[in-house]
Design a binder for this molecule. Structure first.
Ligand SMILES: NC(=O)c1ccc[n+]([C@@H]2O[C@H](COP(=O)([O-])OP(=O)(O)OC[C@H]3O[C@@H](n4cnc5c(N)ncnc54)[C@H](O)[C@@H]3O)[C@@H](O)[C@H]2O)c1
Length: 438
């Protein structure tokens, strides 16, 4: 039985600094969208923290407040932004470059605000993101020195902006695939590896280490290994800080984690699932490199195995052929097209097909997730919830799970878990949908 004593949640006093690693399409769309919403120029559609309600008590109670009225979240007015990027474009230039928002309707009206967000020099190394060249980059004698400079950036930002709290959001590129190794296992080994410039320590890990050392929660929006390693999990626990990831669940995978549970719920078999994407933004260009694609591929492939459980249902899912492709196709820019062809079978083995063609907008889907994660990570921190935040799996393609249990991928189980966690934080009954007491 869950304990129904409310947790002690520190008030969201003062302002919250949201520091984005990367000021590309996702981060600039997130920051500009928040400012547009604050000025009443656009609506924050897609964001649970801004739009969704939560049922409390029995269905007959008719209590369904907005989530933001139920839990003490930082209001949009109290968000302050900063970013790092090896590309020196400020948020205005980044918005224009990425072409997500209409220049005249949504970028020019907030030009001054966007121009004031200039990226700090990044910890960047082209070895980890082959298709990018950085000029706005920190120099240091070794990886620990670079990470220390990031810590100083966090402290300087706090002092200059006067924010009371900070969260760090990885909205930067997908790095090359890194296999977990001895340098990642313990904090001591990790720190030694930083001193020795060990190649298995990627820039994203340095940001995570720096954030945690400063007591700042870290959310990983890319499929990079980053904070999904023993050393960083240990540091998060030692410092009492919230972490989580990985890889924002936005387009094709969001659809996959809705359709696959449906097939399993009805005991329909799946013979094959072919997914392909075309996209033309910088993310697409980075993912055109096989080593970065491998990182993304792992993240996208994992979901079906966990949802369909082929070991439990070998006849239905044991022979499933699953393929994911991403193709860089510049004419589409940020407007990704994701196709799925699904071969399923039903009663007595008769085959059927489903085709999905999602004409989506990558950063329009991702931006509200960055907002929700920033606000929920800050909430978790104020509620004393440290370590891996599994309840935020809802937002991730490849959710970081607590060691020893498998990750939950079904979008609606994830949503139930998220809402029940909010109820639990506030001392409300969790909802089991049993209904025997009506
Ligand atoms: N729907 C989505 O858009 C979506 C979904 C899931 C995950 N993601 C991931 O989110 C990330 C951002 O996507 P995007 O479309 O904004 O890409 P983008 O290429 O437009 O922006 C990424 C930015 O990160 C910067 N960068 C790279 N390495 C850095 C470093 N070490 N430090 C600081 N900045 C660095 C790049 O210069 C670039 O400006 C990517 O990893 C992408 O795979 C996006």
């Amino acid at each position: 039985m869950a304990d129904s004593t409310p947790r002690v949640v520190a008030k969201a006093d003062g302002t919250l600094g949201v520091m984005c690693v990367g000021l590309g399409a996702v981060a600039s769309t997130f920051i500009a969208g928040v400012e547009l919403a604050r000025r009443g120029l656009a609506k924050p559609y897609g964001s649970l923290t801004q739009m969704a309600t939560i049922r409390l008590g029995k269905r007959t109670d008719e209590r369904a407040p907005l989530i933001r009225d139920f839990v003490p979240l930082t209001p949009l007015e109290d968000l302050v932004f900063a970013a790092w990027d090896p590309v020196p474009d400020d948020a205005y230039r980044s918005c224009l470059h990425c072409g997500v928002f209409d220049k005249h309707e949504h970028v020019e009206p907030i030009r001054g605000f966007l121009e004031a967000i200039k990226p700090m020099p990044a910890v960047f190394d082209q070895h980890y993101v082959k298709r990018l060249e950085g000029i706005n980059v920190k120099q240091g004698k070794n990886k620990r020195d670079l990470a220390e400079q990031l810590r100083q950036d966090i402290r300087d930002f706090k002092a200059k902006s006067g924010v009371s709290r900070v969260v760090l959001m990885w909205c930067a590129s997908t790095e090359i695939f890194i296999v977990p190794g001895p340098a990642h296992e313990t904090l001591a080994a990790f720190e030694q590896a930083m001193d020795a410039n060990d190649p298995s320590i990627a820039p994203s890990m340095l940001y995570a280490w720096a954030a945690l050392m400063e007591g700042v929660p870290f959310a990983n929006g890319a499929p990079n290994l980053t904070c999904d390693i023993g050393a960083i999990i240990q540091l998060a626990k030692d410092k009492g800080v919230a972490i989580g990831g990985k890889d924002f669940k936005t387009g094709q995978t969001m659809i996959k984690t809705v359709l696959a549970p449906m097939f399993k719920a009805r005991m329909l078999g799946v013979a094959g699932w072919y997914s392909t994407n075309i996209l033309g933004n910088r993310d697409g260009e980075v993912l055109d490199d096989p080593e970065s694609f491998k990182t993304k591929e792992e993240s996208k492939l994992g979901v079906l195995d966990f949802i369909l459980q082929p070991k439990l249902y070998p006849e239905l899912y044991g022979k499933l052929f699953h393929k994911v492709r991403i193709n860089y196709y510049p004419p589409r820019g940020d407007n990704k097209e994701g196709w799925d062809n699904i071969d399923i079978f039903g009663w007595c083995g008769y085959p059927m097909q489903i085709k999905v063609d999602f004409l989506c907008r990558d950063s329009i889907l991702a931006a509200p997730l960055v907002l929700d994660l920033a606000l929920f990570f800050d909430l978790a921190q104020r509620a004393g919830m440290s370590g891996v935040q599994e309840w935020l799996s809802f937002y991730f393609k490849s959710p970081q799970n607590i060691p020893g249990v498998y990750p939950e991928h079904d979008l609606f189980i994830q949503q139930t878990k998220l809402k029940n966690t909010l109820r639990w934080i506030m001392g409300e009954d969790v909802i089991t949908h049993l209904g025997q007491d009506y």
